[in-house]
Design a protein around this ligand. Structure first.
Ligand SMILES: [Zn+2]
Ligand SMILES: [Zn+2]
Length: 221
Protein backbone atom coordinates (compact mmCIF):
# COMPACT_ATOMS: atom_id res chain seq x y z
CA UNK A 1 0.00 0.00 0.00
CA UNK A 2 1.34 3.43 -1.02
CA UNK A 3 1.54 5.79 1.90
CA UNK A 4 0.22 9.32 1.46
CA UNK A 5 2.31 11.94 3.27
CA UNK A 6 1.17 14.78 5.45
CA UNK A 7 1.94 18.31 4.19
CA UNK A 8 5.52 19.35 5.12
CA UNK A 9 4.14 22.01 7.49
CA UNK A 10 2.75 19.26 9.71
CA UNK A 11 5.78 16.99 9.64
CA UNK A 12 7.47 18.56 12.65
CA UNK A 13 9.83 16.51 14.73
CA UNK A 14 10.24 17.58 18.33
CA UNK A 15 13.86 18.42 19.14
CA UNK A 16 15.33 16.06 21.72
CA UNK A 17 17.26 17.27 24.71
CA UNK A 18 20.81 15.99 25.25
CA UNK A 19 19.74 14.39 28.52
CA UNK A 20 16.95 12.48 26.84
CA UNK A 21 19.30 11.27 24.11
CA UNK A 22 21.80 10.08 26.72
CA UNK A 23 19.09 8.24 28.61
CA UNK A 24 17.93 6.60 25.38
CA UNK A 25 21.48 5.47 24.62
CA UNK A 26 21.82 3.96 28.09
CA UNK A 27 18.48 2.21 27.75
CA UNK A 28 19.54 0.83 24.38
CA UNK A 29 22.80 -0.51 25.80
CA UNK A 30 20.98 -2.19 28.70
CA UNK A 31 18.51 -3.56 26.17
CA UNK A 32 21.28 -5.17 24.13
CA UNK A 33 22.54 -7.03 27.21
CA UNK A 34 19.26 -8.95 27.46
CA UNK A 35 19.07 -12.59 26.37
CA UNK A 36 17.80 -13.66 22.93
CA UNK A 37 14.09 -13.17 22.47
CA UNK A 38 13.83 -10.48 25.14
CA UNK A 39 14.82 -7.72 22.74
CA UNK A 40 12.67 -6.28 19.98
CA UNK A 41 15.29 -6.83 17.28
CA UNK A 42 18.62 -8.54 16.87
CA UNK A 43 21.51 -6.15 16.26
CA UNK A 44 23.07 -6.95 12.87
CA UNK A 45 26.47 -7.10 14.56
CA UNK A 46 25.34 -10.32 16.27
CA UNK A 47 24.31 -12.07 13.08
CA UNK A 48 26.89 -13.95 11.01
CA UNK A 49 27.90 -12.20 7.78
CA UNK A 50 28.88 -15.51 6.23
CA UNK A 51 28.43 -19.12 7.22
CA UNK A 52 30.36 -22.25 6.26
CA UNK A 53 29.71 -25.94 6.84
CA UNK A 54 32.22 -28.46 8.23
CA UNK A 55 33.75 -28.91 4.77
CA UNK A 56 34.32 -25.19 4.43
CA UNK A 57 31.52 -24.79 1.89
CA UNK A 58 29.57 -21.55 2.03
CA UNK A 59 25.99 -22.20 3.27
CA UNK A 60 22.82 -20.17 3.75
CA UNK A 61 23.32 -17.53 6.46
CA UNK A 62 19.89 -18.20 7.87
CA UNK A 63 19.08 -21.93 7.61
CA UNK A 64 22.53 -23.39 6.93
CA UNK A 65 21.20 -25.08 3.78
CA UNK A 66 23.36 -25.48 0.70
CA UNK A 67 23.70 -22.70 -1.86
CA UNK A 68 23.41 -23.15 -5.59
CA UNK A 69 24.55 -21.21 -8.64
CA UNK A 70 25.34 -17.60 -7.92
CA UNK A 71 23.91 -17.66 -4.37
CA UNK A 72 26.38 -16.25 -1.83
CA UNK A 73 24.31 -15.64 1.31
CA UNK A 74 20.82 -17.05 1.16
CA UNK A 75 19.35 -20.24 -0.27
CA UNK A 76 15.97 -18.56 -0.82
CA UNK A 77 14.09 -15.27 -0.64
CA UNK A 78 12.31 -16.64 2.46
CA UNK A 79 15.64 -17.07 4.28
CA UNK A 80 16.76 -13.57 3.36
CA UNK A 81 13.46 -12.15 4.60
CA UNK A 82 13.54 -14.18 7.83
CA UNK A 83 16.87 -12.54 8.57
CA UNK A 84 15.79 -9.01 7.65
CA UNK A 85 12.52 -9.21 9.63
CA UNK A 86 14.52 -9.98 12.79
CA UNK A 87 17.21 -7.39 12.35
CA UNK A 88 15.61 -4.46 10.52
CA UNK A 89 12.52 -2.83 12.08
CA UNK A 90 11.69 -0.84 8.93
CA UNK A 91 11.71 -4.03 6.84
CA UNK A 92 9.52 -5.85 9.38
CA UNK A 93 7.06 -2.96 9.35
CA UNK A 94 6.96 -2.97 5.55
CA UNK A 95 6.21 -6.71 5.53
CA UNK A 96 3.50 -6.37 8.19
CA UNK A 97 1.90 -3.57 6.13
CA UNK A 98 2.00 -5.76 3.02
CA UNK A 99 0.28 -8.58 4.86
CA UNK A 100 -2.24 -6.68 7.04
CA UNK A 101 -2.79 -3.65 4.76
CA UNK A 102 -2.72 -1.43 7.86
CA UNK A 103 -5.94 -2.91 9.29
CA UNK A 104 -6.07 -3.14 13.10
CA UNK A 105 -6.59 -6.76 14.19
CA UNK A 106 -8.38 -5.59 17.34
CA UNK A 107 -11.01 -3.12 16.14
CA UNK A 108 -10.80 -3.59 12.36
CA UNK A 109 -10.15 0.07 11.58
CA UNK A 110 -8.22 0.58 8.33
CA UNK A 111 -5.58 2.71 10.01
CA UNK A 112 -3.25 3.13 7.03
CA UNK A 113 -6.08 3.78 4.57
CA UNK A 114 -7.65 6.28 6.94
CA UNK A 115 -4.36 8.13 7.46
CA UNK A 116 -3.80 8.22 3.70
CA UNK A 117 -7.19 9.84 3.24
CA UNK A 118 -6.45 12.39 5.96
CA UNK A 119 -3.10 13.19 4.36
CA UNK A 120 -4.70 13.59 0.93
CA UNK A 121 -7.36 15.94 2.34
CA UNK A 122 -4.68 18.07 3.95
CA UNK A 123 -2.55 18.16 0.80
CA UNK A 124 -5.60 19.31 -1.11
CA UNK A 125 -6.29 22.05 1.43
CA UNK A 126 -2.64 23.08 1.24
CA UNK A 127 -2.73 23.40 -2.55
CA UNK A 128 -5.88 25.49 -2.24
CA UNK A 129 -4.48 27.93 0.34
CA UNK A 130 -0.79 27.94 -0.42
CA UNK A 131 -0.72 31.04 -2.63
CA UNK A 132 -2.83 33.18 -0.34
CA UNK A 133 -1.37 32.50 3.12
CA UNK A 134 2.08 33.11 4.57
CA UNK A 135 4.00 30.05 5.71
CA UNK A 136 3.26 30.46 9.42
CA UNK A 137 -0.43 31.19 8.87
CA UNK A 138 -0.65 28.25 6.46
CA UNK A 139 0.86 25.92 9.07
CA UNK A 140 -1.60 27.05 11.73
CA UNK A 141 -4.44 26.77 9.26
CA UNK A 142 -3.48 23.19 8.33
CA UNK A 143 -3.12 22.25 12.00
CA UNK A 144 -6.62 23.56 12.66
CA UNK A 145 -7.95 21.88 9.53
CA UNK A 146 -6.54 18.57 10.73
CA UNK A 147 -8.29 18.98 14.10
CA UNK A 148 -11.51 19.85 12.27
CA UNK A 149 -11.55 16.78 10.03
CA UNK A 150 -10.32 14.18 12.58
CA UNK A 151 -13.77 13.58 14.19
CA UNK A 152 -15.08 12.49 10.78
CA UNK A 153 -12.52 9.68 10.93
CA UNK A 154 -13.45 8.75 14.48
CA UNK A 155 -10.37 10.37 16.03
CA UNK A 156 -10.07 13.15 18.56
CA UNK A 157 -6.40 14.07 18.39
CA UNK A 158 -3.56 13.67 15.86
CA UNK A 159 -1.67 11.42 18.29
CA UNK A 160 -4.29 8.73 17.64
CA UNK A 161 -3.37 8.44 13.99
CA UNK A 162 -1.07 5.70 12.73
CA UNK A 163 -0.65 2.04 13.53
CA UNK A 164 1.87 0.05 15.55
CA UNK A 165 3.66 -3.16 14.82
CA UNK A 166 2.73 -5.15 17.92
CA UNK A 167 4.31 -8.30 19.33
CA UNK A 168 1.53 -10.86 19.96
CA UNK A 169 3.65 -12.55 22.62
CA UNK A 170 5.21 -9.54 24.35
CA UNK A 171 8.95 -8.91 24.14
CA UNK A 172 9.19 -9.01 27.93
CA UNK A 173 7.69 -12.52 27.76
CA UNK A 174 10.37 -13.61 25.30
CA UNK A 175 8.41 -12.87 22.11
CA UNK A 176 11.02 -10.52 20.66
CA UNK A 177 13.46 -11.10 17.76
CA UNK A 178 10.65 -12.99 16.07
CA UNK A 179 9.36 -13.67 12.60
CA UNK A 180 6.21 -12.23 11.06
CA UNK A 181 4.09 -14.84 12.83
CA UNK A 182 4.43 -12.96 16.13
CA UNK A 183 3.86 -9.50 14.65
CA UNK A 184 0.44 -7.92 14.16
CA UNK A 185 -1.09 -4.57 13.27
CA UNK A 186 -2.78 -2.55 15.98
CA UNK A 187 -4.15 0.97 15.53
CA UNK A 188 -2.57 3.48 17.90
CA UNK A 189 -5.67 3.60 20.09
CA UNK A 190 -5.84 -0.19 20.55
CA UNK A 191 -2.06 -0.34 21.02
CA UNK A 192 -2.24 2.23 23.82
CA UNK A 193 -4.95 0.20 25.50
CA UNK A 194 -2.85 -2.96 25.28
CA UNK A 195 0.23 -1.17 26.65
CA UNK A 196 -1.78 0.20 29.54
CA UNK A 197 -3.11 -3.25 30.36
CA UNK A 198 0.38 -4.75 30.17
CA UNK A 199 1.72 -2.06 32.51
CA UNK A 200 -1.03 -2.85 35.00
CA UNK A 201 -0.22 -6.56 34.83
CA UNK A 202 3.45 -5.80 35.32
CA UNK A 203 2.67 -3.74 38.41
CA UNK A 204 0.52 -6.58 39.73
CA UNK A 205 3.34 -9.11 39.25
CA UNK A 206 5.81 -6.82 41.00
CA UNK A 207 3.41 -6.37 43.87
CA UNK A 208 2.97 -10.14 44.16
CA UNK A 209 6.75 -10.66 44.22
CA UNK A 210 7.17 -7.98 46.86
CA UNK A 211 4.50 -9.38 49.18
CA UNK A 212 5.97 -12.86 48.72
CA UNK A 213 9.39 -11.50 49.63
CA UNK A 214 8.00 -9.97 52.79
CA UNK A 215 6.23 -13.17 53.84
CA UNK A 216 9.39 -15.20 53.14
CA UNK A 217 11.55 -12.90 55.19
CA UNK A 218 8.85 -13.04 57.86
CA UNK A 219 9.43 -16.79 58.17
CA UNK A 220 13.10 -16.33 58.83
CA UNK A 221 14.11 -16.87 62.42
ZN1 LIG B 1 18.23 -20.88 3.76
ZN1 LIG C 1 -7.75 -0.74 16.74
Amino acid sequence: MRKARLPPELRVKKPQSKQKKKKQREQLEAHLQKPRGYRRFTPTSELPLERFDAQGQRVCRWCGGSLTGRQRSWCSVACNEAWLVRSMPSFARKKVLERDRGVCVQCGVEAQGRDNQIARELQKERRLRRGTLTRVVLRDHLKQHLLDILPRYGLSDPGEMGWQMDHIIAVEQGGGECGLENLQTLCTVCHRQKSKQQAAERAQRRKAVRSQGISLSGEMP
